[in-house]
Write a protein that binds this ligand. Structure first.
Ligand code: NAD
Ligand code: DAU
Length: 348
C-alpha cells in the first residue's frame, strides 16, 4: 500500500461521479490537483446528468488529453469493477440510490446498489489492496428529539429508519467487517445534508428553488419542524480529501458544519431570497417515518485531522445556490416536470 499523500500522480476511481456530490468532488479535484487523473464509474441512473462534467478539466485542450474519463457501468457488476479497481490508487465510493422518498416507493434498487454494489467493490478492493474511502450518511444513526442536547458521534448506535438509511447502514457494516477480517485499507465518513450546485431537483432545496423558477409553489412536508444539519457540498468534499490523506485506516469520521435549521426556516429563507411572500408555499403529505432531527458532532475530524468548513453561513450559501439554478436552467429543466408528476401522485 503506497501512502496516498506522497504519491506524485494519483489515479482515482470515483463511483457515482455523475451524481450531485460525486461530480462536485470530481470538478473540485481536477481544478485543485493537477497530478490527479479520475475515472468515473456511473450507471447513469435518473439521478445522473450527462452535462455535469462539461468543462470539468480546466487543463484539457480537448477530450483526448482530458484527465477525466467516464465508464458507464454498474458498481454491482464485478466484471466492470475489477479492472477499474486494479488500475486505481484510491477508490472513493459515492454511488448509491440516495433519496428516502424513492426508497419508500421501491426499496429494491437500494438493496441492489447500496448493499450488493458496496460488497462487489469491497471484494475487488480486497483482491487488489487498493485504498478505499466509503461515503456514508448521518442517517445511519436514526434521528434525535428536537430538544436533545446531544448530537451524533462515531459512538452513536446505528438505528436507521428508512430502506435508504438501512441499506447505507448495512454498507458501512460491510466495510467495517472487511477492515477487520481482511485488513482492507478503508476509511468511512458519515456526512449530514449537503446543498449546492448540481443537486437533483427531487431533493428539498433544489426542488423549492426550481419550483419558484418554474412558477410552481414550493412544497413543505408536514409542519416543517424537521431539522437538518446543512453543509455546503464543497466542505463535504474537502473533508473527504482530508480523510483520504490523513485519516486513520479503519476509522469512521463524521462530517458536519454546525448548520442545523428546520425545514420551514430554510424554505422561508429561499422564498425571501427569491423575492416571494413568506406564505407562498403548500403544506403537503408528510413523509412516512420522517426522521425528526439530524445533528453532527464533527469534533473528531476537526481535532484529529485539523479540518474546518469554509462555508459557515447557510443564508449566503443558499443565495449562491439560487443563482446557480437561475443560471443553469438547461441543466435541470428537462427532468423537472416528471419529478413533480411523481410527487403529485403521492400527494406531495
Ligand atoms: P445522487 O443520487 O445525486 O447520485 C448518485 C450517483 O450514483 C448517480 O450519478 C447515479 O447514476 C449513480 N449510481 C446509482 N446507482 C449506481 C450503480 N448501481 N452503479 C454505478 N453508479 C450508480 O447522490 P448524492 O446526493 O450525490 O450522494 C452521493 C453519496 O453521498 C451517496 O452514497 C449518499 O448516500 C451520500 N450522502 C449524501 C448526502 C446528501 O445530502 N446528498 C449526505 C451524506 C451522504
Ligand atoms: O442526512 C443526509 C441525507 O440527506 C443523505 O443521506 C440523503 O442522501 C439526502 O437525500 C438527504 O436526506 P433527506 O431525506 O434529509 O433530504 P431531502 O432533501 O429529501 O429532504 C430534506 C428535508 O426536507 C426532509 O426533512 C424532508 C423535507 N422535504 C423534502 C422534500 C423533497 C420537504 O419538506 N419538502 C420536499 O419537497
Amino acid at each position: 500500500m503506497r501512502p496516498v499523500a506522497r504519491l506524485r500522480r494519483v489515479q482515482l476511481l470515483v463511483t457515482g461521479g455523475m451524481g450531485f456530490i460525486g461530480v462536485n468532488f470530481v470538478r473540485s479535484t481536477l481544478a485543485a490537483r493537477p497530478d490527479v487523473r479520475v475515472t468515473v464509474l456511473d450507471k447513469m441512473t435518473y439521478a445522473a446528468n450527462a452535462d455535469s462534467l462539461d468543462g470539468a478539466d480546466p487543463s484539457a485542450a480537448g477530450d483526448t488529453d482530458s484527465r477525466v474519463r467516464l465508464v458507464v457501468g454498474d458498481v454491482a457488476d464485478a466484471a466492470v469493477v475489477d479492472p477499474l479497481v486494479a488500475e486505481a490508487d484510491v477508490v472513493v465510493h459515492f454511488a448509491a440510490e440516495s433519496h428516502n422518498d424513492n426508497s419508500l416507493r421501491d426499496p429494491s434498487p437500494f438493496v441492489q446498489t447500496n448493499l450488493v454494489g458496496t460488497f462487489t467493490l469491497l471484494e475487488a478492493i480486497r483482491r487488489h489492496g487498493t485504498r478505499y474511502h466509503h461515503i456514508s450518511t448521518d442517517e445511519v444513526y436514526g434521528d434525535l428529539e428536537l430538544d436533545d442536547p446531544g448530537r451524533f458521534t462515531p459512538d452513536t448506535p446505528y438505528n436507521p429508519s428508512s430502506p435508504y438509511s438501512a441499506t447505507k447502514a448495512g454498507s458501512d457494516l460491510l466495510v467495517r467487517a472487511w477492515v477487520r477480517s481482511f485488513r482492507v485499507q478503508a476509511t468511512i465518513s458519515n456526512c449530514s445534508n449537503n446543498y449546492g450546485p448540481y443537486q437533483h431537483v427531487e431533493k428539498f432545496i433544489p426542488r423549492q428553488i426550481t419550483n419558484v423558477l418554474a412558477g410552481l409553489r414550493p412544497k413543505l412536508y408536514g409542519a416543517g419542524q424537521n431539522v437538518r444539519d446543512w453543509i455546503h457540498v464543497d466542505d463535504h468534499n474537502d473533508a473527504v480529501w482530508t480523510i483520504i490523506e490523513r485519516g486513520r485506516i479503519g476509522e469512521t469520521y463524521l462530517i458536519g458544519a454546525d448548520g442545523e435549521s428546520d425545514n420551514l426556516t430554510v424554505l422561508r429563507t429561499v422564498l425571501e431570497l427569491m423575492g416571494q411572500p413568506a406564505d407562498a408555499f403548500d403544506h403537503v403529505t408528510d413523509r412516512a417515518g420522517h426522521d425528526l432531527r439530524y445533528a453532527i458532532d464533527a469534533s473528531k475530524l476537526r481535532q484529529e485531522l485539523g479540518w474546518t468548513p469554509k462555508y459557515a453561513d447557510l443564508r449566503s450559501g443558499l443565495a449562491r445556490t439560487i443563482e446557480w439554478y437561475r443560471d443553469n436552467r438547461t441543466w435541470w429543466e428537462a427532468g423537472k416536470a416528471g419529478i413533480e408528476q411523481r410527487y403529485a401522485q403521492g400527494g406531495q
